[in-house]
Each structure stands twice: as structure tokens, then as C-alpha cells.
Design a protein around this ligand. Structure first.
Ligand code: NDP
Length: 508
């Protein structure tokens, strides 16, 4: 462990008081009726960084009622796209003006490095601006070829009240992949962040008010999946649920929402492979593999947690990734050079370790890392960069979402084998190929069962490009025009031109 690149120093002071996160219901920031709160202890520094109101059915009902009323009276849905865009653009400006404040609390609640939190919170402004552009350019279809006496138009209308349930791994970013798109469409919302990372969502409330979002259009309820999230997915006044999180909870939500036939959009887990051919930019591939597995300590739906590498280059390639793993800066999230921070909870660190131990017990070999680590002067909730080889496709570590900084190595000889291994998964979020032969890249891209395929790159994303998964990685899409369309309902309007309709009832 001594030869890892560990950063212990810190350049940013810890806050003196814990941030107080409150619900935001019908335009009013408020505590819970019963006064309950939860403490968030920083995964990296061990101090209470925030205290958040713990919601119950009382606050959830009130938030849904406010969102329903705001939708039904048209205070937002009947505004012009231009007016909605103006508010969303103003929110984007306010996000940019508050990046430092957002990033610090995001880092302390999640354990991610401050540089990453800054780029996520600052970058989220672009999602708001892109959504604003869609508010102005959204349109349906017209049918002018149905005969001289008929004109039909297909309208797009906001779906209604949307429940947004977000996880802890990218709290502000994932919120911004959903909320501005729902608002751009004209929907009203009830938002629940993870109870582990509530503060940046609560901070957004002030920006929504300052930007002029009408009261009741966006409501925020803090608290646990049960009861808050459960009521948000079962309540008859909610029209749609959009959720990012575990596949297990995604399945529960689908069942709960099914009782009232709500639309459900799910962005769930992944076991995303990068396939490495010998004829590629091997240095670039090794760097992308290192980035893909350690980014956000692997607590990322898009983590490239397995590589499928050609047998001829497997030893050299793994050696290169191991060497790069030693150079990645792990440690104190409050130092600007740190690239990888802490694990979200001690329980999660134990779960990650369990996968590695089980693989070793079944004959796998740890090339680097393989256990928890302490960052001196900072904390114990860290996990070493870990590469495991000698893995067989049936092992849990090769099939399940470890959600930690753990890479597993599988090998192949032919393109057919690489595609078969790629698709031998219950998940289908993303996949990648590194190869200089365009025909191989195209064949792989078309046959890989994944919502996104990257060729000769990894995890490049853009607000314009749809994101989501197939198989048990989810349903529906986020961002891009496809993500925006999820929040729209289609209404067909058929109009007769002139009094040309032949009577159905025959004349007597
Ligand atoms: P969960 O899926 O349990 O939680 C995600 C969100 O759903 C949280 O806001 C949670 O609330 C809420 N929730 C929990 N139960 C319900 C319910 N019955 N109805 C409605 N909402 C509910 O993720 P975890 O945080 O527990 O993480 C567990 C595992 O999930 C991770 O180890 C990882 O494998 C995976 N995961 C995947 C993510 C992804 O990006 N695809 C993101 C996060 C996790 P709360 O936690 O506040 O009670």
C-alpha cells in the first residue's frame, strides 16, 4: 500500500457549523412537522456536515398536493416556452455563481474530491441551459396529407406531476439530468434526494425562488426511501416517476407505480465492459480503463468495472493499468489534486471488500490493492485501487455491481467471444471498445447490448446525447431530446375543415 499515491494534506477548511437542510414545499422552506432530523457524517472527515429534516407522509402529501395544484392551474405548464426558458437560464446563472458553496457540501456529504464536485456542480448549469433551449424548440407534428377536408396535429403536452428520486453518488448532477428537463416540458415536480446527500438539493430551492419559479412548481422533501420515496411512487396524484439508483429499488418502484399505471423512467446499475484489442492506442486505453474504474471511487453506474482484454496483450495491459493505479491520487477530498476520495458509508466499504474476498476465495488473484485503507489524518473509510484477475465470468465480482474501485479482468481471443462476454450480463448500461479497425468497432457497437457504446474513448457525455440502459439497467432515457420527450404526453388533434362530414345515421 505504501507505493500508492496518497494525499493527506488539505487546502480547504472544514465548515464550523453543520448545514441545515430543510424541505421546500409550496415555495416555503420548512422543517418536519414532528421536528425530526438526520445527521450526515462526512465519509472523509468524520464530522457532522449537515442536519436534514426527516420527512414523513405529512410533508410528502403536502408536496404532492402543491405540485398537483400548480400543475392543474397552469401557472407553469401554460407559460410560453420562452418564459420557462428564462427561469431555467436564470437558475443556471445562479448555479454558476454558487459553485463553491455547492461543491464544498457535495464533497463533504459524498466523499468525492473537491475538483470533481466543482466540475459536476458547475457543469450542471449546462444541463439547465440545454433544457431551457428545449423548452423553446419543442414541437409536435402536423398531418397535411389526410385529404382536403382534414387537418391533424399531434401536440406534445407536459405529462403532469413528476416524482424525482435521486441517489447519493452524483447528487446535484443527477438532479440536473432530470429536474430542468421536467420543468422545461411544463411539468411540476416533487424531488427527493438521498438522505445521505440532501444539502445541494435543498440549496437549489433558494435559487429556484430567486430565478422566479412560481410557488409549488418544484417541491423538495428530504427523508428516507420509506416513507417519502414510497409515497412519491404510489400516490394517485403523481403522473410519472423518474428514478436513479439500484436495480433492486427500481423494481420495487415499477411494481408500486404499476398500481396507478404511472409512467416510470429508471436509470439503474451497470457492469460495463471495455473491450481491448491489440491494435489500438494501448496507452489511451489503459488510461481510460483507470479513469473508468476509479472515477467517483467506482461508485458510478457507468463504472467500467470489467475489462475484456485480448489474450495476447493481457499481461502487458494489466501491468500498465496496475502501474497507472499507483499514480492515481487517492486521499483527502479537500485537496485540489485529489482524484479519488472516500467510500460513501462504512457498510458500503464492507460490501465492496466482500466481493474481493469471495473472488480470492474462489481462486482469483489480486494484482494491486484488495482492501480498505486509512488516509492518515483524514479517515478510515477509503478503499485501495484494486485490480483482480484470474476471474471467471460466473463469479459474483464479474457479474454484480460492486460499486467500488475494483476492476476485474476477463480475456478473449475472437470478436465473437468479446461480444458474447459483453452481453453475458443482466445489465446493459454502457460498453466500450478500443480498436483501430473501424469495421470491428462498428460490428461491436451494433451488437453490444447497451444503451451507450463508446469507441476509443470512455464516459464522454453531452447534454444533447441521450443516456440510459437496456436489460436490467433501466428503461427510458435521460437528457437529449429523447430524455426531454419522457416528460411529454402526445395528444392527437383531428380537425375537419368545413362542414363536410357525411352523416353516420342515414336520412329517413
Ligand atoms: P437505492 O437504490 O437504495 O437508493 C436510491 C434512492 O431511492 C434514494 O433516494 C433512496 O432513499 C430511494 N429509495 C429507497 N427505497 C425506496 C423505495 N422503496 N421507494 C422509493 N424510493 C426509495 O441505492 P442505495 O443508496 O441504497 O445504494 C445501494 C446500491 O445501489 C449501491 O451499492 C449501488 O450498487 C446501487 N446504486 C446505483 C446507482 C446508480 O447510479 N445507478 C446510484 C446509487 C446506488 P434513501 O436512501 O434516502 O432511503
Amino acid at each position: 500500500m505504501n507505493d500508492l499515491h496518497i494525499i493527506t494534506a488539505q487546502t480547504i477548511a472544514l465548515p464550523e457549523t453543520a448545514y441545515q437542510a430543510r424541505h421546500f414545499i409550496n415555495g416555503v422552506a420548512q422543517d418536519s412537522a414532528d421536528g425530526r432530523k438526520s445527521d450526515r457524517i462526512s465519509p472523509s472527515h468524520g464530522l457532522v456536515v449537515s442536519q436534514a429534516a426527516l420527512g414523513s407522509a405529512v410533508e410528502t402529501e403536502a408536496a404532492i398536493k402543491a405540485a398537483r395544484a400548480a400543475f392543474d392551474d397552469g401557472r407553469w405548464s401554460r407559460l410560453s416556452g420562452k418564459a420557462r426558458a428564462a427561469v431555467l437560464n436564470k437558475v443556471a446563472d445562479l448555479i454558476e455563481a454558487n459553485v463553491e458553496k455547492l461543491a464544498l457540501i457535495e464533497t463533504l456529504e459524498s466523499g468525492k474530491p473537491i475538483s470533481q464536485a466543482r466540475s459536476e456542480c458547475g457543469g450542471a448549469a449546462d444541463l439547465w441551459r440545454y433544457a431551457a433551449s428545449l423548452a423553446r424548440t419543442s414541437h409536435g407534428d402536423s398531418h397535411n396529407t389526410l385529404g382536403a377536408d382534414i387537418l391533424a396535429v399531434v401536440l406534445k403536452e407536459p405529462i403532469g406531476v413528476v416524482s424525482i428520486i435521486a441517489p447519493w453518488n452524483f447528487p446535484f448532477w443527477i438532479l440536473s439530468q432530470k429536474l430542468p428537463f421536467a420543468l422545461a416540458a411544463g411539468c411540476t415536480c416533487v424531488v427527493k434526494p438521498s438522505e445521505m446527500t440532501p444539502s445541494t438539493t435543498a440549496m437549489l430551492a433558494d435559487m429556484l425562488v430567486e430565478a422566479g419559479l412560481p410557488q409549488g412548481v418544484c417541491n423538495i422533501v428530504l427523508g428516507y426511501g420509506n416513507p417519502v420515496g414510497a409515497l412519491m411512487t404510489s400516490h394517485p396524484d403523481v403522473d410519472m416517476v423518474t428514478f436513479t439508483g439500484s436495480t433492486a429499488v427500481g423494481k420495487i418502484i415499477t411494481k408500486t407505480a404499476g398500481d396507478t399505471l404511472k409512467k416510470v423512467a429508471l436509470e439503474l446499475g451497470g457492469k460495463n465492459p471495455q473491450v481491448i484489442f491489440p491494435n489500438c492506442d494501448l496507452e489511451g486505453a489503459a488510461d481510460a480503463v483507470t479513469f473508468g474504474v476509479y472515477f467517483n471511487v467506482g461508485q458510478c453506474c457507468n463504472s467500467s468495472s470489467r475489462i475484456i482484454v485480448h489474450e495476447d496483450i493481457a499481461d502487458a495491459f494489466v501491468a500498465r493499468v496496475v502501474a497507472l493505479s499507483r499514480r492515481v491520487a487517492f486521499g483527502n477530498p479537500l485537496h485540489p489534486d485529489t482524484q479519488v476520495g472516500a467510500i460513501v458509508t462504512p457498510e458500503h466499504a464492507t460490501k465492496i471488500d466482500g466481493y474481493v474476498r469471495a473472488a480470492v476465495a474462489s481462486g482469483a488473484e489480486v494484482c494491486i490493492g484488495g482492501g480498505p485503507m486509512t488516509v492518515p489524518g483524514v479517515g478510515t473509510q477509503f478503499y485501495q485501487p484494486t485490480v483482480v484477475r484470474g476471474v471467471t465470468p460466473d463469479m459474483a465480482i464479474a457479474r454484480e455491481e460492486v460499486f467500488g474501485p475494483v476492476l476485474v479482468v476477463l480475456t478473449f481471443r475472437t470478436l465473437e467471444e468479446a461480444i458474447a462476454l459483453t452481453n453475458d450480463a443482466t445489465y446493459g448500461l454502457s460498453a466500450g471498445i478500443w480498436c483501430d479497425d473501424v469495421h470491428t468497432c462498428l460490428e461491436f457497437s451494433r451488437r453490444a447490448q447497451a444503451g451507450t457504446v463508446w469507441t476509443n474513448t470512455w464516459m464522454d457525455g453531452f447534454p444533447e446525447v441521450a443516456f440510459g440502459g437496456v436489460k436490467q439497467s433501466g428503461q427510458g432515457r435521460e437528457i437529449g431530446s429523447y430524455g426531454f420527450d419522457e416528460f411529454l404526453e402526445v395528444k392527437s388533434l383531428v380537425m375537419r375543415v368545413g362542414r363536410t362530414r357525411a352523416p353516420w345515421v342515414k336520412n329517413a
